[in-house]
Design a protein around this ligand. Sequence first.
Ligand code: IPD
Length: 262
Amino acid sequence: MVSPAQLLETALPVAREAAALIARMRREGVEVAATKSSDVDVVTAADQACEQLIRERLARVRPDDGFLGEEGDDDRGTSGVRWVVDPIDGTVNYLYGIPDHCVSIAAEVDGQIVAGVVVSPGLGIEYAATRGGGATRNGEPMAVRSVVPLGQMLVATGFGYEAHVRAEQGAGVARLVPRVRDIRRRGSCALDLCAVAAGEVDAYVEEGTHAWDHAAGGLIAAEAGARFALLSSPRGEVVVCAPEGAFEDFAGLLRECGLLPG
Ligand code: IPD
């Protein structure tokens, strides 16, 4: 069976090439190509071209693997390995020229994510991890911040694309913000998880994300010492991520604020 390290080795050059492609397309000019779940949930030609490139490059070296990408069809494959890909996480940032966007590629073996890479061409940062092998930021090992009291936590979050869902999420965040140091809404789930991993925020919560948003970042955070959990709300999954020692208290606070069901 292929090892997590081999899968990461396969993914890294593909993610770098994909990151170079989206950076070039950004310089050449970006427009909205289509909208998805709502008028503000956009996709650009770069999302589509980047996913196509990643799909082709991976299929060239590993033709029997499955593929789940944000912009295309789900291919089940026959090898037991499936690639979970967000060609551009943070598409709205990309559209506006904000550097906080990235390519996210994860490898899943028999349903478990075992390798992941997140490359941000705008920020010039590459995060990577293998299951049991630790996490790195630009090749250097990284770890979560030390646990702080809830009132001193800097918490990253995000919102869905549908107005009525946002209204409820915003109300929950309004209850959260007086209870913590502050909040950040960065616009990329993958980079939010990597920020927990790198100790740049204390925790992250977001409802309504998808597998391609958090597959690589979730492993990277876990390998850096965080607990990454997919919990459920009446509207779907909620990503909760915090250093292992802070997780239960943070989840309790989210329940009190209505960001997790009680
Ligand atoms: C989105 C980003 C955003 C989050 C959304 C995601 P996309 O991914 O991660 O931060 O709030 O839930 O859908 O659409 O840019 O790939």
